[in-house]
Design a protein around this ligand. Structure first.
Ligand code: AMP
Ligand code: MG
Length: 520
């Protein structure tokens, strides 16, 4: 498959205790962090899309990707030598409540591939039942798989820490889902995504042994995580636990600050969906902010409480880190280092946010009052029902010496609100222009910095839906075309203006565009 055979070094299953029982039967798994389980073969695996960057990262070559064997392996029908499939055991807090054992109910890791001096765990999502499936089928529908595949790669190209996606394979089988949980189950095409990350450990991986009082297992897992996933802490000595927790906190801060920069709403920030490496993980009912609204969540399951709305993701991440701190507290003699880590989260988040603010607004540096300037702009976007991505991107086109609000014209969704905010926006642009001129950056430097912080192309919910609609009709070119655009989100791509448009009217209330259920 490659010039050299792929080299797997499955440390997770070799170093950590596994479940003595085999097979996918539903069970509580105690004293173990994984269960051996094989993917369930599918009828007719067919490669729909792949990420050229991830192919290169893993040291695969493209001719093999196009070959018959690839879809067999990444659809779950075959294994490469050295693969040793397992499902991980973890728990989690879901919507604020401890949910007990969850585990990989439909994710099966195939192995840890060593390539280019790095370790990459390859994991199929939708590969059939595991001991953690809790009565569900372990499968995934095409629509959610397209969304996970595209968003993983889109986020990477936006510079947001994320798990990656190697491939999207159609299974040739039907999966039955009740999309709106209203008693109307329907057959939908099934698919399998291969996700890729240095580690798929989650906060919930640590919470589960802690919840069972299994301190020996918890200690073993933390030691493993530091050794494998945080090699930079090898020499930290007595400080290693404290440094590790602080690192988890600051990485999480960096990730969430990026989400706020690009307008990403995760949608299900349960602690089982929080990566120990601060990577965006588990793309489900996520969404992209279009008309700016900090209260918005795409997740219809969360429509009542809006726990996971855009504007409170930082607070939720903090809450989740407190759950992790509680879980690992038996490893600490006193709480001070854990509190220090949590404080570092807040400090780092603020620093990152300032850094993004300076770039997004085209300033040379942060001075007192700039956060107010930003808050006022966001308030106007909200009041005027304006597209977040288009509005920020357009700011680079404003002449600070003679600002003209017409530059923001394409961002308005509601004509009636436009009239109300135009004078206020014009005034804001004037003050912003003065602020920009005070920093005296060269215009081309300012413009480049702004355009590197304010993407032109994001995975608008309806763009994904258009690609899904085509794929469900058997045409996967929409996925490939969209991925191609999203590989260069900060570039102006002539001829591809259609991918940088306001949400069209048809998408306003359409399922999959403004509302997403957890059913996947
Ligand atoms: P999620 O909300 O996707 O993070 O999933 C929560 C839990 O439910 C995880 O343990 C998943 O593995 C599991 N799960 C979700 N969908 C399925 C499915 N179709 N079959 C089996 N397990 C599932
Ligand atoms: Mg999950």
């Amino acid at each position: 498959m490659r010039n050299n055979e792929p080299h797997f070094d499955n440390r997770f299953v070799q170093a950590l205790p596994g479940d003595p029982e085999r097979g996918p039967g539903r069970r509580e798994v105690r004293g173990a962090l994984w269960s051996a389980v094989s993917p369930t073969p599918v009828a007719a695996p067919r490669l729909l899309a792949y990420s050229p960057e991830v192919v290169a990262l893993l040291g695969f070559n493209e001719s093999v990707v196009q070959g018959e064997g690839f879809a067999q392996v990444f659809g779950g029908n075959a294994l490469y030598a050295g693969m040793q499939p397992w499902a991980a055991n973890y728990g989690g807090h879901q919507f604020g409540q401890w949910a007990g054992q969850l585990g990989d109910g439909r994710a099966i890791s195939l192995g840890e591939l060593l390539a280019g001096g790095q370790r990459w765990e390859l994991q199929l999502k939708g590969a059939g039942p595991t001991p953690y499936s809790r009565g569900a089928d372990g499968r995934a529908v095409l629509r959610s798989s397209v969304r996970e595949f595209l968003c993983s790669e889109a986020m990477h190209h936006l510079g947001v820490p994320t798990t990656r996606a190697l491939s999207l394979v159609a299974t040739g089988e039907t999966v039955v889902r009740d999309m709106f949980y209203d008693g109307n189950p329907q057959g939908e095409p099934g698919a399998v995504v291969c996700r890729v990350a240095p580690s798929f450990l989650r906060f919930g991986s640590f919470e589960l042994p802690a919840s069972r009082g299994d301190i020996a297992l918890l200690t073993q897992l933390v030691a493993f995580c530091i050794d494998r996933d945080y090699p930079e802490l090898a020499d930290a000595g007595a400080q290693r636990h404290a440094r590790w927790f602080e690192q988890v906190c600051t990485r999480t801060a960096v990730m969430v600050a990026h989400w706020m920069r690009v307008g990403f709403v995760h949608g299900v920030m349960n602690t089982d969906n929080m990566s120990i490496l601060g990577l965006t993980i588990d793309y489900g009912p996520y969404g992209w902010v279009e008309d700016y609204d900090p209260e918005w969540t795409p997740n219809t399951t969360d429509a009542q409480g809006r726990r996971y709305r855009f504007g409170t993701q930082m607070q939720v991440a903090y809450w989740n880190l407190v759950r992790l701190a509680q879980a690992v507290s038996p490893l600490f003699e006193d709480a001070a280092p854990l509190q220090a880590g949590l404080d570092a989260f807040r400090t780092r988040f603020e620093q990152e946010q300032r850094h993004h603010l300076v770039a997004k607004l085209g300033l040379g540096r942060f001075v007192e009052g700039d956060d107010t300037l930003m808050a006022q702009f966001l308030q106007l976007l909200h009041e005027g029902e304006m597209d977040m991505t288009l509005a920020f991107r357009a700011l680079a086109e404003v002449d600070p010496a003679a600002p003209d609000v017409a530059v923001l014209e394409a961002a308005f969704y509601a004509p009636d609100k436009r009239g109300q905010v135009l004078p206020k926006l014009q005034d804001w642009l004037r003050r912003h222009g003065q602020r920009v001129l005070a920093d005296a950056q060269a215009p081309e430097v300012r413009r480049a910095t702004m355009n590197a912080a304010n993407p032109k192309y994001v995975l608008r919910n309806w763009l994904a839906q258009e690609a899904i609609d085509r794929a469900e009709q058997g045409d996967s070119a929409g996925i490939t075309d969209l991925l191609d655009v999203l590989r260069h989100p900060y570039d102006d791509q002539p001829g591809r203006e259609a991918f940088a448009r306001r949400r069209p009217e048809w998408a306003r209330e359409r399922a999959g565009c403004s509302m997403l259920s957890c059913s996947s």
